[in-house]
Design a protein around this ligand. Structure first.
Ligand SMILES: Nc1ncnc2c1ncn2[C@@H]1O[C@H](COP(=O)(O)OP(=O)(O)OP(=O)(O)O)[C@@H](O)[C@H]1O
Ligand SMILES: [Mg+2]
Length: 318
């Protein structure tokens, strides 16, 4: 209960989760009923942030002013590219944050979708993230310097990417300069930034993604090479959409600890970190805002996702 001008009223929670994967209509309804029945919150269902708009500093949905919400929960398929730069969703959710708690908070979503910022923040926090560089595509000297100091083998990664698509592996100076020249023909005017990463030899049988939910590690999972690449986990046709080719892994304490620290740095409540096992030990090579909450992994880890979502929301209001 919240005390407003001396009167007690129920907390108001906006909820948005589309039916997808383990989130069946039934599960979504159970979560909302628990929030109402167990926690006595008032729940506004199907509050789609994409249909919200801003009027005089307040956020509206279908003509209704949302400034009396206490919390807004959304967990959606995130099109990383739609979150580039100054974008509508970020602006709306940031405005909503003036009046209520937003989970997942928009700044953390902006950061997690951008490999440059995610890597930068983790590196600055002293976490074992892959060596990376941001260079101006026109600066050949800087390109060569990074290439050499990264041991003569690099990846060019899309800053906003997914499914391993578009990541190119380069093992010679000539090839690097050639590829960058080609990219420059396609980069939009004024866009000159390239993200490079050191390529690490790694044991793909030890690749692991660690899923963090709120303040705990739920489980780990391992993806396999699916035949389209011999060095990267790559699934542009989404053949592993439900994790059919993904196996459950119990991460060791070292990985759990790194993942929890990394979660704190990015500050997103639902997140996962992909690790590769290199000669220097485990390195984070990717941060994802949409972990694979696969049914079989949840079952093997003994996680009740209904309880987790409800307690994440309730913990923010207690
Ligand atoms: N620095 C690296 N050294 C060696 N291999 C790497 C490195 N970075 C990425 N890879 C390989 O490429 C795969 C895809 O890279 P990354 O996860 O960055 O791309 P993504 O498009 O964000 O993929 P995802 O679908 O996991 O979000 C990794 O899972 C890993 O197998
Ligand atoms: Mg990714």
């Amino acid at each position: 209960m919240k005390k407003i001008s001396g009167k007690k009223r129920k907390y108001k929670v906006g909820f948005f989760k589309k039916k997808q994967g383990v989130f069946s209509e039934e599960l979504i309804e159970q979560i909302c009923s628990d929030l109402e029945g167990v926690h006595n919150f008032e729940v506004l269902r199907d509050l789609d942030y994409r249909r919200m708009y801003l009027k005089n500093g307040k956020v509206f949905f279908q003509g209704k002013d949302l400034s009396d919400l206490d919390l807004y929960f959304w967990h959606d398929i995130i099109e990383v590219n739609a979150w580039k730069g100054d974008n509508y969703y970020l602006n709306i959710l940031k405005a909503l944050e003036y009046d209520c708690i937003v989970v997942n908070n928009p700044e953390s979503v902006r950061v997690v979708n951008d490999k440059y910022f995610s890597h930068l923040f983790l590196k600055k926090a002293g976490l074992p993230v892959a060596d990376f560089a941001l260079v101006n595509a026109k600066n050949k000297e800087a390109l060569i310097d990074c290439f050499e100091s990264f041991g003569g083998e690099v990846l060019i990664k899309p800053r906003f990417g997914g499914f391993g698509a578009g990541i190119v592996r380069i093992d010679s100076r000539d090839r690097l300069l050639e590829t960058v020249e080609l990219l420059q023909c396609y980069l939009p005017m004024g866009e000159e930034q390239l993200l490079l990463e050191r390529f690490y030899k790694n044991d793909l049988s030890k690749w692991v993604s660690v899923v963090v939910f709120d303040n705990k590690v739920l489980f780990g999972y391992r993806k396999k090479l699916l035949g389209q690449s011999d060095w990267k986990i790559y699934d542009p046709d989404r053949i592993d959409a439900r994790g059919q080719f993904t196996e459950y892994v119990e991460p060791d304490n070292n990985l759990k600890e790194i993942a929890l620290k990394a979660k704190k740095v990015i500050n997103k409540d639902i997140i996962c970190f992909d690790f590769i096992y290199t000669e220097e030990g485990y390195k984070i090579i990717d941060e994802n805002g949409r972990p694979g909450l696969y049914q079989h992994c949840l079952e093997e880890a003994g996680v009740d996702i209904r309880k987790e979502v409800v307690s994440l929301i309730a913990s923010k209001l207690s």
